[in-house]
Design a protein around this ligand. Structure first.
Ligand code: UTP
Length: 407
């Protein structure tokens, strides 16, 4: 596209400032900037200012498979799950494309050392967990690691340097998620430097389309796969391809399963699993009304009492039916480094703009059916999100020690 055409196009979207430094660029930089500008989905900009929660359907409680119920049928669930893993039906998806802005760690989050007297990395803990399941099943679970353009190189290098923490590398696959532009509070796309638009990973909901795009399901052992277990990088007590969870979800006949924990208190900031117009759905804590938060059932228990922990099972045949359906796009406030009009690099201390993200929690709604599966919080949920305080490295270390780990 020639300069005049691009200028006109950008003017149409109120984004002509993106060519502000054009004259000072080399030919190669100009070409690269144009290629970025041509690939941007400018329709995203119209989402700014829309009220997401306005369009919610009728919310009712969903029934959870409680720990007590799991325990009563534990052996049966375990056998079912182990058989599925043994038959190569279960794959694992590690979501590691996030930027961990709250933690403020500038390397991939999975490379964080959670050890005290020895080195134990987040990635290592996850792999150890998967190795144990593989040992029990006598079969390796293929592990697909989603990275972003920003951390792909560092992530793959780290795994290689550590010899994949003992997992056979032929069962480990890496793929890169898509990127979307970041904008300031006025909807102006930000520049990362004079020749580059500020792009960020498109949220953890883009994992399946990015996995398909990478062609990995076709290339690998994946013709036996029926289920994918999706989980986050930052929960140090994460159980991956948990045979009990796999067995219970298969038995339920649902197209998906979600691990949930009992909320610590009604106001806790976790996404809550419920039914929306009869379909499973997750309400984010900021969308919980007081009425929902404090609603009680006939037994006097809170009706919306279970929060998700980003550990889901999805049936692949159902995912394939849904690939052409677009997930809702969330406009999320974040701290985004950028260059100002004078070309100076600014690293903000407070949120200064928006990113556009698809979220894996919306896939649960799309799948139509979901088994909420209760796990014990102190045994399976120790996320590292913040630098200090709640859900930090300190709280995660305490929980690891409580669960018998030597750090
Ligand atoms: P979070 O929602 O906690 O986001 O991700 P984050 O980027 O890690 O951290 P903040 O919000 O910037 O502080 C939950 C999981 O989803 C992954 C993360 O790597 C983490 O495992 N994720 C998030 C992606 O894989 N891609 C994304 O675009 C966003």
């Amino acid at each position: 596209m020639i300069y005049d055409e691009m200028k006109k196009k950008l003017e149409g979207y109120g984004q002509q400032h993106l060519l502000q430094f054009y004259d000072s660029l080399t030919d190669a930089e100009k070409a690269s900037l144009f290629s970025q500008l041509s690939e941007i989905d400018y329709s995203l900009l119209t989402l700014i200012g829309e009220n997401e929660s306005m369009s919610r359907g009728k919310i009712t409680p969903i029934e959870t498979l409680t720990q007590e119920e799991v325990n009563a049928r534990a052996e049966h669930f375990y056998d079912l799950g182990i058989d599925a893993i043994k038959a190569g039906k279960v794959g694992a998806i590690l979501l590691a494309g996030g930027q961990g802005t709250r933690l403020g760690f500038d390397k991939p989050k999975g490379t964080l050392n959670v050890g005290i007297e020895k080195n134990i990395y987040l990635f290592e803990l996850l792999v150890q967990n998967l190795l144990e399941v593989s040992r029990q099943a006598g079969a390796f679970v293929p592990l697909f690691v989603m990275t972003s353009e920003i951390n792909h190189q560092d992530t793959t290098q780290f795994f290689k340097e550590h010899n994949y923490f003992g997992y056979p590398s032929c069962y480990m696959f890496f793929f890169i998620q898509d990127m979307t532009p970041s904008v300031d509070f006025n909807g102006k796309i930000l520049l990362e430097d004079k020749a580059r638009v500020s792009l960020s990973p498109n949220g953890n909901g883009g994992w399946y389309s990015s996995l398909l795009k990478a062609g990995l399901l076709k290339e690998t052992c994946a013709n036996t796969l029926e289920w994918l277990n999706v989980f986050s990088v930052d929960n140090v007590l994460q159980k991956i391809a948990d045979p009990y969870f796999v067995g219970a979800t298969i038995e339920s006949g649902c197209a998906s399963g979600a691990k949930v924990v009992k909320k610590a208190y009604p106001e806790e900031k976790v996404g809550v699993l419920c039914l929306e117009d009869g379909m499973p759905s997750i309400i984010e804590y900021f969308d919980m009304t007081e009425e929902l938060m404090y609603a009680k059932n006939q037994n006097g228990d809170f009706s919306y009492n279970y929060g998700v922990i980003l550990n889901y099972l999805f049936r692949i045949d159902e995912l394939n039916k849904l690939v052409s359906d677009r997930l809702p796009i969330h406009v999320v406030t974040k701290k985004i480094p950028y260059i100002n009009e004078q070309g100076e690099y600014i690293k903000p201390d407070a949120p200064n703009g928006y990113k556009f993200e698809e979220l894996v929690l919306d896939m649960v709604h799309q799948m139509g059916t979901c088994l909420p599966y209760e796990v014990i919080r102190n045994k399976e949920f120790a996320p590292i999100k913040n630098r200090t305080g709640v859900d930090s490295l300190d709280t995660a270390r305490d929980l690891l020690i409580e669960n018998g780990f030597t750090l």
